[in-house]
Design a protein around this ligand. Structure first.
Ligand SMILES: Cc1cc2nc3c(=O)[nH]c(=O)nc-3n(C[C@H](O)[C@H](O)[C@H](O)COP(=O)(O)OP(=O)(O)OC[C@H]3O[C@@H](n4cnc5c(N)ncnc54)[C@H](O)[C@@H]3O)c2cc1C
Ligand code: SF4
Length: 487
């Protein structure tokens, strides 16, 4: 029997409701007043977009929510969605000095959301396009966080930005892929509206390489930004993979970002292959949409799981199940539909080599299988668009880390296609950095940018937002010292 939706509209909506509701004004004020407003705050340097965290928190504490939102959005145009989706415990909150005093870190993400919600709810435009236009035009391929970060920065510097997106809506994974209980497509589309009001033009439903060629873009525009993200999920290469109830995790997740939650078909017993953050999102959402059991199958041990601990904890709280040290061998069918999965036990030797244990096969009954063992790179697309483009050995677009320029002098890149798959905030930061690279190529200036805000005021330092590793405060101090003393 084909898969069915399992929940009524109210239950589906309640199960998928936001995990972290908004602060009240009073809660936000109390939390903001816990901040020490550190002089050279490590939370700033831990943010890939370099948001001046103490500055915006100070503004919240004095009820200047519009000013707080301006501080956030000037550094990170997707500050509203990043407030919801960033792994803050790994970034800004993970660097908060209050942890050294055995206190809870400041809830930076929730405060950031409080400020950005204020301007979106009240339709206050805090960002302004440049008053004068440069006449330079940039085409951006894909409308995910990388292109959005790049396009918004370009129009604020006076350039024209035209975004080509193959899907019907803009936003990339922010609109179609992030866990629903963290970020709804509506919030992502509100951000797109703000970026559109800034002057960025979106051409959705246009696939570059099919509806328009790369040569046309290179002829008609002064620069091109590549932000196509990653490709399809890796194939399992096992019998039964083509059964109708075997889906890529992202295909499943995309369904309830485009159709009403209660209309999305879900298995009674769902197996998810993989143990990264996408696998956790898939297993948790399958459970929340009515699966009786939802089980992660991972070929390595619990300790080797790539998912963040807080994501793993959430799946455990949702009563998801886990089978470690097991690999899929075959997806089983009965009357043409998935009826189970055959697995084999695995072991890892002292060199870290994984092997299968002969004769250890076992079966797990299920009626839906979701593939989440990593997304492939967009190698075929990139080679078709630009046959001479240099990719690294991992299939990522090779870029100059200081300005996002690729091996083609007119083409820049950022986001998952260049970094291999990281977070929304990294994609925004890389887009912003490429916008500066493009701007400097237009103006002939040599200054590097953007510079990470710092109370130490390191002017002209090449270290800063969007660089591959967050900048540690001691590096800023060293640069400051060199600036002051010349040594
Ligand atoms: C399931 C899942 C959950 C995630 N959850 C989180 C999270 O909670 N927090 C977090 O910070 N990060 C999360 N991430 C990672 C984050 O979503 C990505 O790092 C980020 O979206 C990358 O942005 P991007 O712009 O590089 O690519 P994408 O967001 O993938 O956008 C690329 C866009 O390019 C378009 N495109 C591709 N080819 C063409 C073409 N030829 N012509 C026109 N358009 C094209 C695509 O349709 C897409 O819209 C998650 C990722 C996944 C897969
Ligand atoms: S590190 Fe913590 S206490 Fe210091 S400014 Fe940042 S949020 Fe406030």
């Amino acid at each position: 029997m084909p898969l069915q939706p399992r929940l009524d509209p109210n239950t589906a909506a309640a199960n998928m409701a936001e995990l972290e509701p908004a602060y009240t004004a009073q809660q936000a004020r109390v939390e903001a007043n816990r901040c020490l407003f550190c002089f050279d705050a490590p939370c700033i340097t831990a943010c890939p977009t370099g948001i001046d965290v103490p500055a915006f928190i100070k503004k919240i504490s004095s009820d200047n929510l519009t000013g707080a939102a301006r501080t956030i959005l000037e550094a990170n145009v997707l500050g509203g969605s990043c407030a919801r989706v960033c792994p803050t415990k790994e970034l800004c909150e993970g660097a908060c000095v209050l942890m050294d005093r055995d206190e809870q870190p400041i809830k930076i993400g929730r405060l950031q959301r409080h400020a950005t919600d204020h301007v979106f709810d009240n339709k206050i435009e805090v960002l302004k396009p440049a008053p004068a236009r440069s006449g330079q035009r940039v085409a951006l391929i894909g409308s995910g966080p990388a292109s959005l970060g790049c396009a918004a920065e370009l129009v604020q510097m006076g350039h024209e930005a035209v975004v080509f997106e193959k899907k019907p809506q803009a936003g990339g994974l922010n609109t179609y892929g992030i866990a629903y209980y963290k970020l709804t497509p509506q919030v992502s589309l509100e951000e797109i509206g703000m970026i559109q009001n800034l002057g960025v033009e979106f051409r959705c439903g246009v696939e570059v390489g099919k509806d328009i060629s790369m040569d046309e873009l290179l002829e008609s525009y002064d620069a091109v930004f590549l932000g196509p993200g990653l490709g399809q999920a890796r194939s399992l290469d096992i019998p039964g993979e083509d059964l109708p109830e075997v889906l890529e995790a992202l295909q499943f997740i995309e369904q309830f970002h485009t159709d009403p939650l209660h209309q999305v078909p879900v298995g009674r017993h769902v197996v998810v292959i993989g143990a990264g953050n996408t696998a956790i999102d898939a297993v948790t959402q399958a459970k929340r949409l009515g699966a009786e059991t939802a089980t992660i199958v991972y070929r390595r041990s619990e300790a080797s799981m790539p998912a963040y601990d807080f994501e793993y904890d959430l799946a455990k709280k949702d009563a998801c199940e886990f089978v470690f040290n097991a690999a899929p061998v075959e997806i089983l069918a009965s009357a043409g539909a998935v009826s189970g999965i055959r697995l084999i036990r695995t072991q890892v030797d002292s060199q870290g080599q994984l092997s299968r244990i002969e004769g250890s096969e076992f079966e797990l009954p299920c009626d839906m299988v979701l593939k989440a063992s990593g997304q492939m790179k967009q190698t075929a697309l990139l080679q078709k668009l630009l046959p001479d483009l240099i990719l690294d050995s991992g299939g990522r677009i090779q870029i100059d880390p200081t300005n996002g320029r690729t091996s083609h002098p007119k083409v820049y890149a950022g986001g998952d296609a260049a970094n291999g798959g990281r977070e929304v905030v990294n994609a925004v930061a890389e887009g912003k950095k490429a916008a500066w690279g493009i701007h400097l190529s237009f103006t002939g200036e040599t200054r590097q940018g953007p510079i990470q805000p710092s109370r130490l005021g390191v002017i002209g330092s090449p270290i800063g937002s969007g660089f591959d590793q967050p900048v540690r405060v001691r590096e800023l101090e060293a640069a400051y010292h060199t600036n002051q003393t010349g040594k």
